[in-house]
Write a protein that binds this ligand. Structure first.
Ligand code: OGA
Ligand code: NI
Length: 201
């Protein structure tokens, strides 16, 4: 994504939801640097939880990925990513989305990892407007681990988690991560319409 290749217009998206895929959003070298960063901080990764605030629960039957919230964007591999996500945020604002900020975590699934069908926009805190997932691991079809988006529940869309690819979709859309047979690293971002700086809400 750069300023010269604008996002397809939101107004031109099907009424039931916006999905946009961009390959080579991140260069392979940046993806590898992010994985390396993650690998060096494995002990700081926490099992991801489900729900919100005081209702947050560890539920391995729903998701079994491990996450690392990014609160410092200054380490070198993050600088490029933050720039790109800021451009993406600008592009989304030009589409009249009232986005105030974004929050991101690195995500790691071991072989066998999955995340059952869910929405990222919580009923009690509907502040996540758009979800952006950037895939970091080189992908082979036998790895599976596709993202399935149920924009039309009768005709779900499968997105392969190819290294460098960006998948952007409205956070109210139901989606799932099918079981991955390989290690699966990604960087997940939510563009939000609130200003609270409490991470992980
Ligand atoms: C999530 C999620 C999708 C993916 O983290 O909420 O649904 O493809 N991720 O990793
Ligand atoms: Ni999700």
């Amino acid at each position: 994504m750069n300023v010269l290749t604008p996002l397809p217009e939101l107004s031109a998206a099907p009424e039931d939801g916006y999905i946009y895929i961009e390959d080579d959003f991140l260069e392979a070298s940046t993806c590898e640097a992010l994985i390396q960063f993650g690998n060096h901080r494995k002990e700081n990764f926490r099992p991801a939880k489900v729900g919100k605030g005081g209702l947050k629960k560890l539920k391995k039957s729903i998701r079994n990925d491990k996450i690392f919230w990014i609160d410092d964007w200054s380490p070198s591999p993050f600088i490029d990513v933050q720039k790109k996500l800021t451009l993406l945020q600008q592009a989304l604002r030009r589409e009249m989305l009232p986005i105030k900020r974004f929050e991101s975590h690195l995500t790691f699934y071991k072989p066998g990892g999955f995340y059952v069908r869910h929405k990222d926009r919580h009923q009690l805190s509907p502040h996540r407007l758009m979800t952006a997932v950037i895939y970091l691991t080189p992908w082979k079809p036998e790895n599976s681990g596709e993202l399935i988006v149920y924009r039309n529940p009768e005709d779900p869309i499968a997105i392969q988690p190819i290294q460098g690819r960006l998948a952007l979709f409205e956070s109210h859309l139901e989606h799932e991560v099918v079981k991955t047979h390989g290690t699966r690293w990604s960087l997940t971002t939510w563009f939000r319409d609130d200003l609270s700086f409490v991470l992980g809400t």
